[in-house]
Write a protein that binds this ligand. Structure first.
Ligand code: PMP
Length: 362
C-alpha cells in the first residue's frame, strides 16, 4: 500500500492525508462541473463559493474581528517583507523591527529600501536562541508599525506572548505557526503567512489586515502591490492561486474537524513534548538550540553530541524513513518540524528512534 513518510519537512510540509484524498477525489470533476478547480474560471459560481467559504472559514476559525480584511495574495511571505513597508513606511515615517532570526532580518532588509526602520530588540548575540523579553522591546509612539516574526522556522523559537504596542500597529509574520494555536488577532494591525506550513500548498499568502490601515496606505505604488487593490476586489483583482485557495479551504475544514485551534494547540504541545523530553533527558547527548522558555512547538531544533555522531544520526534517521530532519542549510544541525498535519504517531516514532540511537551510540 501507499505508505506515508514520517514527514518532518520545514515547508512545504506535511498536509493532512484526508485533505489530499479529498482533493484527489475531486481533482478531475469538481462538484459535478466536469472539470477540476484548476480548469475553471475564477469568476465562476463554483470557484466563487470556494473562495468566499475559505475566507469565511478562516475568519471564524481564527476569530478574526469584523474590522479586518482577509486577503489571498501571491509572492509568498517574502513579498510581504516588501509590501508592508511599501504601503506603510511612507516618507518621514519610522518602523521598528524585532530581530529573532533570518526571516526577521530579511524583513528588515526590505524595509531599509523604503525608509529608516530601526531594531526594536534582537537576540542575534545569543545566536537567536531566545525571544527577547517583552520589556526589552523598544519602539516609538509614532512608528508606522512594529514588526515581529511569531515563529522562527530556522532557529526554532516562538513567541508565547506578544507585546502591547498600543496605537502602533503590530505586524506579524506568522508563516510558520499560524493556526497552530488561538491568537488574539485584535492585538495586530497585520498578520501575514505563506501557506506552505499550516495552511496548504505554497502559492497562496494569507494577509489579515485591519481595515483602518488600508486608508493610511501609500497610494503612489504599483497596483498589484497595494493592499487596497486586493481588499477592494475581494482578492479577485487578477487570477488568484485557485487550487491553493481550494486546498486552504479544505485544510480549514480539517482543522475544524480536529476540534478547532484549542484542540490543535493541545496536540501540538503533546507532539513537541515527546521530542523535547527526549532532548532534556539525554544528559547532553542531544542539545536543544532554543532556550526552554522560547521553544517552538512547530520547529524543534537540536544538535547531536558531536559532529560525526550527528552525521550518523541524520543518515540512520533517513534510512529509517524520517524525512526532513536536516537543519536549515544556514545553521546545520537537526530540525524536526511538527506542523499541525504531522500526526502524534510520527512524533512518537521520532522520539523512540532518538532514544534508541542514543542507547546504541553513547
Ligand atoms: N517567514 C518565515 C517565518 C518563514 O518560515 C518563511 C519560509 N520558510 C518565509 C517567511 C518566506 O516565505 P516564502 O517562501 O513564502 O516567501
Amino acid at each position: 500500500t501507499n505508505k506515508r513518510a514520517y514527514n518532518f519537512n520545514a515547508g512545504p510540509s506535511a498536509l493532512p492525508l484526508e485533505v489530499l484524498e479529498k482533493a484527489q477525489q475531486e481533482l478531475v470533476n469538481y462538484n459535478g462541473s466536469g472539470m477540476s478547480i484548476m480548469e475553471m474560471s475564477h469568476r465562476s459560481k463554483d470557484y466563487d463559493a470556494v473562495h468566499n467559504e475559505a475566507i469565511a472559514r478562516l475568519k471564524k476559525l481564527f476569530s478574526i474581528p469584523e474590522n479586518y480584511e482577509v486577503l489571498f495574495l501571491q509572492g509568498g511571505a517574502s513579498l510581504q517583507f516588501t509590501m508592508v513597508p511599501m504601503n506603510f513606511l511612507t516618507e518621514g515615517k519610522t518602523a521598528s523591527y524585532v530581530l529573532t532570526g533570518s526571516w526577521s532580518e530579511k524583513a528588515l532588509k526590505e524595509a531599509k529600501l523604503f525608509g529608516q526602520p530601526v531594531e526594536a530588540a534582537s537576540s542575534k548575540e545569543n545566536k537567536y536562541r531566545n525571544i527577547p523579553a517583552l520589556n526589552d522591546i523598544k519602539f516609538n509612539a509614532d512608528d508606522a508599525y512594529v514588526h515581529l516574526t511569531s515563529n522562527n522556522t530556522i532557529y526554532g523559537t516562538e513567541w508565547v506572548e506578544f507585546p502591547d504596542t498600543g496605537d502602533v500597529p503590530l505586524v506579524a509574520d506568522m508563516s510558520s505557526d499560524i493556526l497552530s494555536r488561538p491568537v488574539d488577532v485584535s492585538k495586530f494591525g497585520i498578520i501575514y503567512a505563506g501557506a506552505q506550513k499550516n495552511l496548504g500548498p505554497s502559492g497562496v499568502t494569507v494577509v489579515i489586515i485591519r481595515k483602518d490601515l488600508l486608508e493610511k496606505a501609500n497610494t503612489n505604488i504599483p497596483t498589484m502591490l497595494k493592499y487596497t487593490t486586493h481588499a477592494d476586489s475581494n482578492s479577485l483583482y487578477n487570477t488568484p492561486p485557485a487550487f491553493g485557495i481550494y486546498m486552504l479551504g479544505e485544510v480549514l475544514k480539517w482543522v475544524e474537524n480536529q476540534g478547532g485551534l484549542e484542540a490543535v494547540q493541545k496536540r501540538n504541545e503533546e507532539k513537541a513534548k515527546l521530542i523535547y523530553d527526549v532532548i532534556d533527558s539525554s544528559n547532553g547527548f542531544y542539545k536543544g538550540h532554543a532556550t526552554p522558555e522560547s521553544r517552538s512547538l512547530m520547529n524543534i531544533t537540536f544538535r547531536v553530541a558531536d559532529e560525526e555522531l550527528e552525521k550518523k544520526f541524520l543518515a540512520e534517521a533517513k534510512e529509517a524513513g524520517f524525512v526532513g530532519l536536516n537543519g536549515h542549510r544556514s545553521v546545520g544541525g537537526c530540525r524536526a518540524s511538527a506542523y499541525n498535519a504531522v500526526p502524534v504517531e510520527t512524533c512518537k516514532a521520532l522520539a523512540d528512534f532518538m532514544v534508541e540511537f542514543q542507547n546504541k551510540n553513547q
